[in-house]
Design a protein around this ligand. Structure first.
Ligand SMILES: *[C@@H]1O[C@H](CO)[C@@H](O)[C@H](O)[C@H]1NC(C)=O
Ligand SMILES: *[C@@H]1O[C@H](CO)[C@@H](O)[C@H](O)[C@H]1NC(C)=O
Ligand SMILES: *[C@@H]1O[C@H](CO)[C@@H](O)[C@H](O)[C@H]1NC(C)=O
Length: 479
C-alpha cells in the first residue's frame, strides 16, 4: 500500500516533469542551454537586480526616517504562514532584502519568488532548447542565435536578442588570417591594405556540400588592358573551381562545392600594394554553408544560382561606365555557368537588356560610344557558332520567342543581345533596343565564355560585359 503510494507520487513528479519539458520542446528550440545560463536566465537576473535596486532605495529612505537604535521587532515579521514559509526559504539566500521586499510589496515578492523557483525548476529538470537559427542584428546583418556564452566562446559579437530573449544574435566577422567554422560569417577588409588577406573556412559539420559567398561589398582593382586580374585578385582554393575575380562585384555571389573528404577551403584577397588601386579596396563577403540535403543547393557546376522567377544576372565587374582607352570591364579567361532554378509552373525563360541601359550587352567587337550610337548597326548583333568564338554567352535552345527558328542559335555575342529587330528585314540598322532571347530548354543555364584577351585593338574595344533581366515564362501547351 505504502510503496504504491510512493510510486504514484513518483509517477506524478515524472508526469509534471515531462509536461514542463514538453512545453519547452513545443517551442521548437533545439540547443542545450549552458548550466550557467539556466541557473539565472537574463530575464531573472535583470528582474532581480531591478528589484534589489528598488529595495535598496527604499531601505535607505526608511533608515533616514527611523531612529538609529531601533531593532527589528518581532511584529515586523510577516504573519501569514505561506508568506513566512516563502520567506524562510528565501532568507537562506538574502534575508534582509527579501524581508524588506515583503514589507514593501508582497505581490512583488511573490512574483520574484515564483520566477526564481521556475528558473531553478528548469535548471534541475529541463534543458531550454532553441535552434541556432538565423537572426537579424540591429544593423541588419545576418547573425546566428546562440547563448551569450556560446557566442563569445566562438569568437562572435552579440548584437540584439533572439529566441524570446534566451539567446543573443551572434555575428561572426573576421579580417585577415582567421579561421571560421560557423555559418553566416563575414569576411571583411582590414583597415589598412595587406598584401595577402585570407580566411580559412572549415565545414561546420560533415554534411556540408556547398559554400555560398555573397559579395555585399567587393571593390578591388580593375583588370588590366587584356581583362586579366593582375593587380588585385580574389581567389578560392580547396573547393570546386572559382575563377579569379577583380574589379567591382558588389551584389554578386559565387558558389563552390566541397566533397566529404576535402579539407578546409580558403578564400583570399591578394593585392599588389605597390600599385595604387583604381578603387578603395573594400570587401564584405558573407559566407553561408549548406548541407547536401539543403533545398537551395545549387546543381553541380553552377558558379551562380538564382532562386527567383525573375531577376537580374550580370557579368563580373559589370559597370555602366567605360574605362579609359577602351579598356574592358569584363574579365578574360572565364568559362562558368549561371543557373536559375525553374520555378513552379514555369517552363521557359526570357533574357533581355534592361531598357534603361542600352549598352548592357557588349561582349565582343568595338563597343566604344562612337560606334554604339543608335540606331545600332546590324553588324554589331552577332549570334551563332561562326560569329561567336572568343567571348559569348551560351543560352541553350535560345531564339527570338523560344519556339520559332528565327535566329535559333545557342551563342550570343557582339554589342547587342538577340535579334537585330530591324525596321525591315533588310535594314542595316537595328531599332533602339535589340530583341530578347527566350528558351524553353531546361534547366535554365547561361554559360559565360571569354578568351584570354579582352583588349585586342580594333577587335574588342570598351566591352563592358552584360547585364540582363530574366523572366520565367509560363508553360505552354505541349511543353
Ligand atoms: C507592487 O508590485 C506590483 C507589481 O510589480 C505593482 O503593480 C504595485 O504597484 C506595487 N505596489 C506597491 C505599493 O509598490
Ligand atoms: C539576411 O538578412 C536580411 C536582412 O538583413 C534578410 O532580408 C534575409 O532574409 C536574411 N537571410 C538571407 C538568407 O539572406
Ligand atoms: C546556413 O545559413 C543559411 C542562411 O541562414 C541557411 O539557409 C543554411 O541552412 C545554414 N546551414 C546550415 C548547415 O545550417
Amino acid at each position: 500500500m505504502r510503496s504504491s503510494a510512493i510510486s504514484l507520487l513518483f509517477l506524478g513528479i515524472l508526469l509534471i516533469t515531462c509536461l514542463r519539458a514538453f512545453e519547452i520542446e513545443d517551442n521548437d528550440w533545439a540547443e542545450t542551454f549552458d548550466v550557467s545560463d539556466v541557473s539565472e536566465s537574463p530575464h531573472v537576473r535583470a528582474t532581480r537586480s531591478a528589484e534589489a535596486a528598488k529595495v535598496k532605495r527604499k531601505m535607505i529612505k526608511r533608515k533616514r526616517k527611523r531612529p538609529v537604535n531601533v531593532e527589528e521587532s518581532e511584529s515586523d515579521k510577516p504573519t501569514s504562514p505561506i508568506v513566512r514559509k516563502v520567506l524562510r526559504r528565501k532568507s537562506d539566500l538574502k534575508p534582509l532584502k527579501v524581508i524588506d521586499a515583503y514589507r514593501n510589496n508582497v505581490t512583488n515578492l511573490a512574483a520574484i519568488n515564483q520566477r526564481e523557483r521556475d528558473a531553478r525548476f528548469f535548471s534541475l529538470f529541463t534543458v531550454v532548447r532553441f535552434n541556432n537559427d538565423e537572426c537579424e542584428t540591429s544593423t541588419g546583418e545576418n547573425g546566428t542565435c546562440y547563448t551569450s556564452s556560446d557566442c563569445s566562446s566562438r569568437g562572435g559579437n552579440a548584437d540584439g536578442t533572439c529566441a524570446s530573449g534566451f539567446g543573443v544574435c551572434c555575428v561572426f566577422q573576421f579580417e585577415c588570417g582567421s579561421t571560421t567554422s560557423d555559418n553566416r560569417t563575414y569576411f571583411v577588409n582590414p583597415p589598412t591594405t595587406q598584401r595577402i588577406c585570407n580566411l580559412m573556412i572549415n565545414r561546420m559539420n560533415d554534411e556540408i556540400c556547398q559554400i555560398r559567398l555573397d559579395f555585399k561589398t567587393f571593390d578591388i582593382s580593375d583588370p588590366n588592358a587584356e581583362g586579366k586580374c593582375t593587380t588585385d585578385f580574389f581567389l578560392v582554393t580547396g573547393g570546386s573551381p572559382v575563377p579569379q575575380l577583380c574589379g567591382t562585384n558588389s551584389g554578386q555571389h559565387v558558389i563552390y562545392s566541397i566533397t566529404s573528404n576535402s579539407g578546409p577551403t580558403q578564400i583570399s584577397m591578394v593585392m599588389d600594394t605597390t600599385i595604387t588601386a583604381s578603387s578603395s579596396r573594400q570587401w564584405i563577403i558573407r559566407i553561408y554553408q549548406y548541407e547536401c540535403s539543403s533545398r537551395v543547393l545549387a546543381p553541380v557546376g553552377c558558379l551562380q544560382y538564382y532562386l527567383t522567377a525573375s531577376g537580374m544576372i550580370q557579368s563580373f565587374n559589370y559597370k555602366t561606365d567605360v574605362r579609359a582607352n577602351g579598356e574592358p570591364n569584363h574579365l578574360a579567361n572565364l568559362n562558368y555557368a549561371i543557373c536559375i532554378r525553374v520555378d513552379n509552373g514555369y517552363c521557359g525563360i526570357r533574357y533581355a537588356q534592361p531598357t534603361s541601359d542600352p549598352f548592357s550587352f557588349t561582349l565582343s567587337r568595338d563597343a566604344s560610344v562612337a560606334i554604339l550610337a543608335f540606331p545600332l548597326p546590324s553588324t554589331g548583333v552577332k549570334y551563332g557558332d561562326a560569329d561567336c568564338q572568343s567571348d559569348y554567352i551560351l543560352i541553350p535552345g535560345g531564339s527570338e520567342d523560344g519556339i520559332s527558328p528565327r535566329f535559333a542559335r545557342d551563342r550570343f555575342c557582339g554589342i547587342s543581345l538577340g535579334s537585330c529587330m530591324g525596321a525591315t528585314p533588310t535594314a542595316t540598322t537595328c531599332m533602339a533596343v535589340a530583341g530578347a532571347v527566350t528558351t524553353y530548354s531546361k534547366p535554365f543555364i547561361v554559360q559565360v565564355i571569354t578568351d584570354t584577351d579582352e583588349g585586342i585593338p580594333l577587335v574588342d574595344k570598351a566591352n563592358r560585359g552584360f547585364r540582363l533581366t530574366y523572366n520565367q515564362q509560363p508553360c505552354l501547351r505541349g511543353r
